[in-house]
Write a protein that binds this ligand. Structure first.
Ligand code: FES
Length: 183
């Protein structure tokens, strides 16, 4: 005997309507997820202007000895410092073999007078001070990161503090005596 069939409830009009509303809500929710994911997925594609900035050209013609400029490249500051003869001499007079991240100054510059490095501390990513002559430059005359006290020298090599490595030298090319392309 089909007891189950006898006991099976026939959905009332109200229940059918509730089911319909439930399905409609789930369907709308699914569409909502797809729609809200699109901007996220779209934002993962590099925008045209971002691609255009994968390299940047700059003129150093207006820069005078002792001055510095900061160039924005791929969202990072690139420090360019026109070093004086005394600063170059100081950067080369020290024993680089004993430094925390040993590297001779000659390997960090293409043109002795222009020090070009990414201005992001290699400890936790703060932007060090020292681009302006009025800023603290640390115990070695280069840059000082006040976040946790990293001192960089005139070749932007880490000399004291928690930063594990020297400030990074970006890929760059001298297009002429005073024009550079970074990236
Ligand atoms: S981020 Fe520069 S010392 Fe910590």
């Amino acid at each position: 005997m089909a007891d189950g069939a006898e006991n099976q409830a026939v959905p009332t009009e109200d229940e059918s309507r509730r089911d319909f509303l439930l399905h409609a809500t789930v369907a709308t929710g699914a569409v909502g997820v797809v729609v809200s994911m699109w901007p996220l997925i779209n934002s993962m594609n590099p925008a045209a202007d971002t691609l255009a900035l994968s390299s940047v050209e700059a003129s150093l013609a207006g820069l005078e000895e002792g001055q510095a400029i900061t160039i924005s490249w791929r969202g990072k500051p690139v420090f360019v410092r026109y070093r004086t003869a005394a600063e170059i001499e100081e950067a080369r007079s020290e024993r680089w073999q004993d430094m925390p991240d040993p590297q001779p100054d000659e390997e960090r510059v293409q043109n002795d007078k222009y020090l070009i490095v990414i201005g992001v501390c290699t400890h936790l990513g703060c932007i060090p001070l020292g681009q302006k002559t009025t800023e603290i430059r640390g115990d070695y005359g280069g840059y000082f990161c006040p976040c946790h006290g990293s001192h960089y020298d005139l070749s932007a090599r880490i000399r004291r503090g928690p930063a594990p490595t020297n400030l990074e030298v970006p890929e760059y090319t001298f297009l002429s005596e005073t024009n550079i392309r970074i990236g």
